[in-house]
Each structure stands twice: as C-alpha cells, then as structure tokens.
Design a protein around this ligand. Structure first.
Ligand SMILES: C[S@@+](CC[C@H](N)C(=O)[O-])C[C@H]1O[C@@H](n2cnc3c(N)ncnc32)[C@H](O)[C@@H]1O
Length: 210
C-alpha cells in the first residue's frame, strides 16, 4: 500500500483515508453546535497516524473485530474499516466525540460502531469478542495507568490476539509500558513517519505478529 500523502488546508490524505482537520467546515459546524466540549477528543492526534503506518505492515485478516478505546475522532479504526473491512467499535467516555467520528467515517465511506462509556466498564466476555484492542494518545492521566493495565491484563486473559497502544511517550505511557513489559510480555516499538508530519511515537504491543 502506498504511503503517498496529499494535504490541503482542511484535509489530510494518508494511506487511503481522508482525515478532516479541525478547520474543515463540517467539523467547524459541529463545534459550533457543541459549545464547551472537552476531554481531548477534539482533533486529529498524531499517534493514530503512526499506528496506521504500523498496521499497514501487517497481514490483517478481513472482517477482524477491533475495539478502539478512547477513540475520539477514530481515525485508526476508520483506516482498518476502510482498508481491511474491519468491524470496528469505537468506545469513548465522552459522547460528544460521536458526531465527529460519524462525520470522519462518512467522508471515508465506512461504518464504525460507537459506544459512549468508559473502558473501565468492559468485562472479559466483551473483550473476548474482539481480535484487536487498540488505543492512541490515551495515556494522559496518572490515575488511568492502573485501570489501563487492568484492562490490558483482562484482554490478554480473554484471548485478545493483539493489543496496541500508541503514544508520544508521556510519563503515564512509560509507567504503563514498564508494567506491561514486566507482567504481560509486552514489547515497545519505536516508529517514525515522515508524512503527514515528521514524527516519532511508541507502540506498546502485546501479542500479534510472531
Ligand atoms: C487525546 S484523545 C485521543 C483520541 C483518539 N484516540 C485519537 O488518537 O485521535 C483521548 C480520548 O480518550 C477518551 N477517554 C479518556 N478517558 C477515558 C476512559 N476512561 N474511557 C474511555 N475513553 C476515555 C477521551 O474522551 C478522549 O476522546
């Protein structure tokens, strides 16, 4: 799959998907309708692009079931739904992200399920129904490190085939990474992209490729 990228003022084209920037008229319209929306799910975050680049090097089975926790605008899930017909569920504690996720999915002519709830509310049976659990730019808060570790442990025990958490390397990510390397056999992958921005991120990976 090519890595050609074209950007215009309101759109980022990357690996077969189009991501609407905050300046896009459709996004601006939603923002006007939603005064005071918060919790960081309010733009395109860069770790999701690095995760897309990493995922492009996998043999991803068609129709995989994927759960994107703290999905925000959901670009990495849209990438998998669009290019691999993945059945993606985006989950976010902030229900105000849903219209942005739907708009981004519509522009990319794919469908994403959305659940407004916390990742802490997921149980083992639900986790067992997904092959992939992923999250991008979700390690913001120290108090979420233990709940995230507990979730990844539960998912691993539930049989989730691959777990991927991408991050710029904030301190809570490294705390989580250390615990997951020590207790869950995780590895940390450093990944760089040159387009649409020159950036380096880190991917906490459990399971997946041998
Ligand atoms: C920085 S944004 C990243 C959004 C998206 N993953 C991306 O890369 O563009 C972090 C997201 O995590 C969500 N979030 C924070 N705590 C959460 C929780 N406990 N359960 C589910 N989502 C949560 C926020 O609402 C926000 O949308």
């Amino acid at each position: 799959m090519g890595n050609q990228t074209t950007s215009d003022r309101h759109l980022i084209s990357f690996m077969g998907i189009n991501a609407l920037r905050s300046s896009h008229p459709g996004v601006r319209k939603l923002k006007r309708q939603q005064q005071g929306h918060s919790a960081h799910g309010n733009k395109v975050w860069r770790s999701s692009f690095v995760l897309m680049d990493y995922l492009s090097s996998w043999e991803i089975p068609e129709n995989s079931k994927v759960l994107d926790i703290g999905c925000g605008w959901g670009l990495a899930g849209i990438y998998l739904a669009k290019n691999y017909s993945a059945q993606v569920t985006g989950l976010d504690i902030d229900d105000s992200v849903e219209p942005y996720l739907r708009l981004q999915a519509e522009v990319n002519q794919c469908a994403i399920d959305f659940q407004a709830r916390s990742f802490q509310s997921l149980d083992k049976d639900e986790l067992a129904s997904y092959q992939t659990l992923m999250g991008t730019d979700i390690c913001f808060w120290d108090e979420l490190t233990t709940p995230l570790f507990d979730l990844l442990k539960l998912a691993k025990n539930a049989g989730t085939e691959q777990i991927l958490i991408a991050d710029p390397g904030r301190p809570p990510f490294w705390d989580l990474a250390e615990r997951c390397v020590d207790k869950l056999g995780a590895e940390i992958i450093t990944r760089k992209i040159d387009q649409p921005w020159k950036t380096e991120k880190f991917i906490l990976a459990i399971g997946g490729r041998d």
